[in-house]
Write a protein that binds this ligand. Structure first.
Ligand code: SF4
Length: 377
């Protein structure tokens, strides 16, 4: 690329850099000469794109589509139903990140369970589980491990710490997902049609660049590992449109101040020591082989799904009790960018951040929440 990263990062103010990058994107889009769709896979990118107004500045033939990179949004109803029945037991304390509370599954939400007396606590790090387990030895402490590769490393560390400390009342409700299989599904989906991906910078800091090569080589979609400032996004789009114009199918790392070729080896070793790949159900994407992480047999005693399998089977007794509004939520289509949030009939009237119906509006990283807050068109 003819634009120098070091120059824009260190010597040129962002306003001037943005202008130069937008010019580069425009020139590339003229060369491409047809409509181009780029998916930002990550919810944090989606919010920065809306917040900064980047979308409105792009050439008319370059469209940004928002992908399934919000972990709360892609967590399916079956998992949420399981979390609710686990929470309803007086023997259990549920630990979760905040956004999970308000997501409604097939029959209830953690928030409703909490108002009914369930002991559900919001934590900011999986390691908070250790103190709570030590303070409550008579209770089962269940951490809802929802997230991508980044969160998986933290959960793996928790499991190892608990094992080494001899703590026996911590359980992991496995809900982690991994990115490559989702990229493949999107790339080959007949209704999506993507020319390039902006890949998540924080996941990539753990995984490195290599990690994506098998999946992206198979899909032949040019991709950029992208940082989270608007100027990173513009730079990545300039690099990506340059590749598309030249007919190249590479993976470029444009977030190299954070992401290395091979990633964080220690985090990867932790993940592969504690977890093994498994199939996972994604909201909107369905069941994808090798897209989830299950505890290895050595750590199975920490698995909530293993320990509480009988209790979890009760979630199926509650199926299909939802209100019609929830049944009409189009989050699955939003997560694949088959529709925009504004095309969901509930957007902005029945479904708002104050009265969110689907996870894409509930989650702070959700596409519907970003649309509502910054765009609404
Ligand atoms: Fe679901 Fe609300 Fe988004 Fe519609 S606007 S897809 S109901 S979250």
């Amino acid at each position: 690329m003819d634009f120098n990263y070091e120059k824009y990062a260190q010597k040129i103010n962002n306003e001037k850099s943005a202008e130069l990058l937008l010019n580069a994107i425009s020139r590339n889009c003229v060369k491409i000469g047809r409509p181009v769709s780029v998916m930002e896979v990550c919810g944090t990118h989606t919010h920065e794109i809306f917040k900064s107004g980047v979308r409105q500045l792009l050439p008319a033939n370059l469209k940004l589509k928002s992908g399934p990179g919000c972990p709360v949004c892609v967590t399916d109803n079956e998992y949420i139903d399981g979390a609710v029945v686990l929470a309803q037991s007086p023997d259990n304390i549920i630990l979760t990140f905040g956004d999970m509370l308000k997501v409604t599954g097939s029959f209830s939400s953690l928030s409703l369970a909490k108002s009914g007396g369930a002991d559900i606590r919001i934590i900011y790090s999986p390691l908070d589980s250790i103190k709570i387990a030590n303070d409550n030895p008579e209770k089962n402490i269940i951490f809802l491990s929802v997230g991508f590769e980044t969160t998986a490393a933290h959960t793996a560390f928790l499991v190892k710490e608990a094992a080494q400390s001899g703590i026996t009342n911590i359980y992991i409700y496995e809900g982690n997902k991994t990115v490559p299989e989702a990229l493949k599904l999107i790339a080959f989906h007949p209704d999506v049609k993507i020319d390039g991906f902006l890949l998540p910078g924080h996941v990539s800091a753990v995984t490195g660049v290599d990690y994506y090569r098998p999946a992206l080589t198979e899909c032949k979609i040019p991709s950029i590992i992208c940082g989270f400032e608007y100027i990173d996004i513009l730079y990545s789009l300039a690099s990506l449109t340059e590749m598309i114009a030249a007919g190249k199918n590479e993976i470029r790392n444009e977030y190299f101040r954070v992401v290395s070729e091979h990633g964080n080896k220690k985090a990867q070793e932790l993940i592969s020591e504690v977890f093994e790949p498994c199939g996972a159900n994604w909201r909107g994407l369905g069941l994808l082989n090798n897209s989830g992480l299950a505890l290895k047999p050595k750590y199975k005693n920490f698995s909530a799904a293993f320990k509480f399998s009988e209790l979890l089977s009760r979630r199926y007794e509650h199926k299909f009790k939802n209100t019609p509004a929830i049944e009409n939520c189009r989050c699955g289509d939003v997560l694949l960018s088959i529709i925009t949030p504004a095309e969901c009939p509930l957007f902005g009237n029945e479904c708002t951040p104050e009265n969110a119906i689907g996870p894409c509006m509930v989650s702070s990283e959700g596409t519907c929440a970003a649309f509502y807050k910054y765009a609404q068109n």
